[in-house]
Design a protein around this ligand. Structure first.
Ligand SMILES: Nc1nc2c(ncn2[C@@H]2O[C@H](COP(=O)(O)OP(=O)(O)OP(=O)(O)O)[C@@H](O)[C@H]2O)c(=O)[nH]1
Ligand SMILES: [Mg+2]
Length: 251
């Protein structure tokens, strides 16, 4: 009961905020130009929903906290339902990207709310714990759950990056072999994988940049296909201040 209440409180306020911004929030892109026809470069703003999923205790919340708040705690407090975080990126001088990160509790794999949570996501991280190979075994189930419940407008799977987290500790099983991890990711249709550590701040920014690049590529393709009306007529105030041993593979 408490979980449902918490979820709907957060979900409703989030829904409200996004409708206030733009009803087409999923692939939302806005252009901003103070002086039309003046030759001033247009500012672009994107808002993307990204899922962070994986087994209990794999480090999803820790990764998000590190990425968004530059903070890490050893203390484990299981996420209940879903949590949200917003990361704002000054991608380039003309582009601002807002990432809405959905931190979905590991225990949700056994629930039936994931279809609701996954709706309209355009990218995902699946996180496992390199010290517990059972969390990698469960990755396939998370990937299947994801692919069966959310797709891009053209029906293709949303780009998904695998994060081998807690790489500051000794590894168990497949996580010890980067070559096998490459093969695994190709076979399971991940766009790439990264060894990460929320504790030591390893590869989290890199993994996020990699996923955002994939999302932007898809965005471009969608625009090219004319599958979605990308440019919304609304204008935005872009003067808000933004908040704000490597192994990896781009498969
Ligand atoms: N050594 C180490 N510990 C980590 C790392 N990331 C997370 N942890 C620890 O692992 C435990 C679980 O982390 P969480 O981020 O809460 O895991 P979660 O995936 O959000 O778990 P659920 O919310 O239950 O699904 C915590 O005690 C963290 O401090 C890491 O990179 N290295
Ligand atoms: Mg959590």
């Amino acid at each position: 009961m408490e979980m449902d209440f918490k979820f709907w409180q957060t979900f409703k306020s989030c829904e409200f905020a996004r409708w206030k911004i733009n009803p087409k929030w999923k692939w939302f892109t806005s252009t901003h130009n103070n002086a039309p026809n003046s030759g001033v470069t247009e500012k672009r703003e994107h808002l993307y929903k990204i899922l962070v999923i994986g087994e209990l205790g794999a480090g999803k919340t820790s990764i998000i906290k590190r990425y968004v708040h530059q903070f890490f705690s050893q203390h484990y407090r299981a996420t209940i339902g879903v949590d949200f975080a917003l990361k704002v990126l000054n991608w380039d001088p003309n582009t601002i990207i807002r990432l809405q990160l959905w931190d979905i509790a590991g225990q949700e794999r056994f629930g039936n709310m994931t279809r609701v949570y996954y709706k309209e996501a355009v990218g995902a991280f699946i996180v496992f714990d390199v010290t517990r190979s059972a969390t990698l075994d469960a990755v396939v189930k998370w990937k299947q759950d994801l692919d069966s419940k959310v797709q891009l407008p053209d029906g293709s799977p949303i780009p998904c990056v695998l994060l081998a987290n807690k790489c500051d500790q000794s590894k168990e099983g497949l996580a010890n072999s980067p070559g096998k991890m490459d093969d695994y990711c190709k076979e399971k249709n991940f766009v790439g994988w990264f060894e990460t550590s929320a504790k030591e701040n390893i590869n989290i920014e890199e993994a996020a940049r990699f996923l955002v690049n994939k999302i932007l590529q898809n965005d471009q393709i969608m625009k090219g296909n004319g599958a979605q009306d990308q440019v919304d007529g609304e204008r935005f105030a872009l003067n808000q201040s933004p908040t704000g041993s490597k192994k990896s593979c781009a498969c």
